[in-house]
Design a protein around this ligand. Structure first.
Ligand code: G16
Length: 530
């Protein structure tokens, strides 16, 4: 490490006065113009992480579901997973260092405490469609180079594509973008090759993000096996009145799809294509949402259908579903009572769900917002390869393994998962929707002076501070039939989130509003009370 060179580079990316970046649910996010120093420092961090692990790491410049004026950075482990949580504190320290001198001192400390060897770490860089990406990618590259590392600029990609590439690169597998399409498309083609179900057109709201171009490429690779019509492909604002977050939270038809016909099969991606929700118009005109909870249930049914045909000497592979407190109570009940599968509940954030899903041979994890995937344990993969010579069911599971992104939730591979599962059962959206009825729910956001005053415990189901908030929530919940509510500070937006569900929509709305008022009152809300 050349200290003089490092100091000079650090001086070029000064932190804006008063800016206090903090690693959140999935990395750093803020208004784009504030982020140059943060992204530069993440370049430093990931170059160091590459040296520590002796493998390539990754960095994606994206603010996912946030507005186009924001940006952010997601950090990728050599496994393709999110940055190891034990390093989040280093990310925070680096990002928050006041000046170049303080920054260099933290780097020295990092090298010493983590016993980092000197050398040149490889960091793969990608970005979404935000106009601020170009400058921020330059900052990330400068950070990597300032530690003597090698930035590999992969260009415009979905976040899950970069995660997939880093994982494949470190496993010495082909890891180009076209190999990504090839692998997930091959798995899909295998799973649907003998399906008799009539194919249905899927209309996809691409949130005016990177997913439009990449889904088009995937559909071309599948030449006619997947019929998609793309909307919000870039003509409007990113995530503006469209996208998975909008559809899931607002329960409204996204821009450009207000005219979708009753029963037409529709889906929404988010800005970096790591979330997926399905929806349709009901005869009464309302939007029916098929969210991440339902994708998890559908994936479990597909896996159960295949496992029922697998004969083997050893114990049946364990299958489990991981959710968060946002999971609709009806979905959790269905998983426990009808599917009879083990469940686990974690705090929000793929990093938490992913770790919990690794405890099963086949771990399905999905957040209600549509972020998730299906993980296979390495020992099971080995067994399946042995059984695959003689058994179709093992071949099917291996095809599923290739089709679903093992690194992180991926909306493109998620579409293939849903379409394959529906086609193999000869199901339409109604069959899927009829598995259970969601409890009515409502989500609200409350702006407060400092969201960090709200802290939680028990997988975010209990507010620890501010004092008195949880007892007020309990009191409100008692007044709502089948009521449940919780609050938590967002890790991607400057708000406190409120979730409520109850037996009727009116009761859920009322409960959410009451809880939002408690937050506003006890956590120094900004503006008028909700
Ligand atoms: C990110 C995370 C998700 C999380 C979401 C919302 O999604 O990857 O795991 O559910 O943020 O987090 P919060 O409620 O803390 O704002 P994305 O799609 O925005 O990257």
């Amino acid at each position: 490490m050349d200290l003089a060179q490092l100091m000079e580079a650090c001086n070029q990316y000064a932190k804006p006065a008063g800016f206090r970046p903090a690693y959140g649910t999935a990395g750093f996010r803020a208004e784009a113009s504030l982020l140059h120093s943060t992204v530069f420092r993440c370049g430093l961090l990931m170059a160091a992480r590459a040296l520590k692990t002796g493998a390539a790491t990754g960095l994606v410049v994206t603010a996912s579901h946030n507005p186009v004026t924001d940006n952010g950075v997601k950090l990728v482990e050599p496994t393709g997973y999110m940055l190891d949580q034990s390093w989040e504190a280093w990310a925070d320290k680096l990002a928050d260092a006041e000046d170049a001198e303080a920054l260099c001192a933290i780097i020295r400390d990092l090298y010493q405490k983590e016993d980092i060897p000197y050398g040149s770490g490889v960091v793969m860089l990608a970005h979404d469609t935000r106009p601020s990406a170009e400058e921020l990618i330059k900052a990330a590259g400068s950070g990597v180079k300032a530690l003597g590392g090698l930035p590999i600029v992969c260009g415009l990609l979905t976040t899950p594509q970069l995660h997939w590439m880093v994982r494949h690169c470190n496993n010495s597998l082909k890891h180009t973008e076209s190999c990504y399409y090839e692998e997930i498309a091959t798995g899909f083609s295998h799973l649907v090759h003998s399906c008799k179900a009539k194919r249905q057109v899927l209309t996809v709201d691409c949130a005016n993000g990177v997913g439009a171009e990449k889904l088009k490429a995937l559909a071309e690779r599948l030449s006619g096996k997947l019929d998609v019509t793309l909307r919000s492909t870039g003509e409007g604002g990113l995530n503006d009145g469209c996208g998975a977050d909008y559809v899931q939270k607002e329960r409204r038809f996204p821009a450009g799809m207000e005219d979708c016909q009753n029963g037409a099969r529709c889906a929404s991606l988010d800005g970096d294509a790591d979330r997926l929700v399905y929806f349709q118009r009901l005869p009464g005109g309302q939007l029916q949402l098929l969210d991440g909870d339902r994708i998890a249930v559908l994936a479990a049914l597909l896996i159960r259908d295949i496992l029922d045909r697998l004969s083997h000497d050893a114990a049946s592979p364990s299958v489990g579903i991981v959710q968060t407190a946002y999971a609709n109570g009806a979905s959790s009940q269905y998983i426990r009572e009808q599917l009879r599968l083990e469940t686990a509940v974690t705090a929000t954030g793929v990093k938490h769900l992913h770790a919990a899903a690794e405890r099963f041979d086949i771990g399905i994890y999905f957040e209600a917002n549509g972020h998730g995937t299906v993980l296979f344990r390495p020992a099971l993969i080995e067994r399946l390869h042995k059984l695959g010579d003689s058994q179709e069911a093992a071949k099917d599971l291996l095809a599923l393994l290739g089709m679903v992104n093992q690194a992180v939730g991926d909306a493109l591979s998620g579409i293939l998962l849903v379409e394959a599962a529906l086609r193999r059962r000869q199901w339409g959206l109604n069959d899927w929707a009829q598995l259970y009825t969601d409890l009515p729910s409502r989500q609200l956001k409350v702006k407060v002076k400092d969201r960090s005053v709200v802290t939680t415990a028990d997988a975010e189901t209990r507010a620890v501070t501010p004092e008195g908030l949880q007892s007020r929530i309990n009191e409100s919940v008692r007044g709502a039939p089948s009521g449940r509510a919780f609050v938590r500070p967002s890790g991607t937006e400057d708000v406190v989130r409120v979730y409520a569900e109850a037996q009727t929509q009116q009761a859920a709305d009322k409960l959410a509003q009451q809880v939002a008022r408690h937050v506003h009152e006890l956590a120094a809300g900004i503006g008028a009370a909700p």
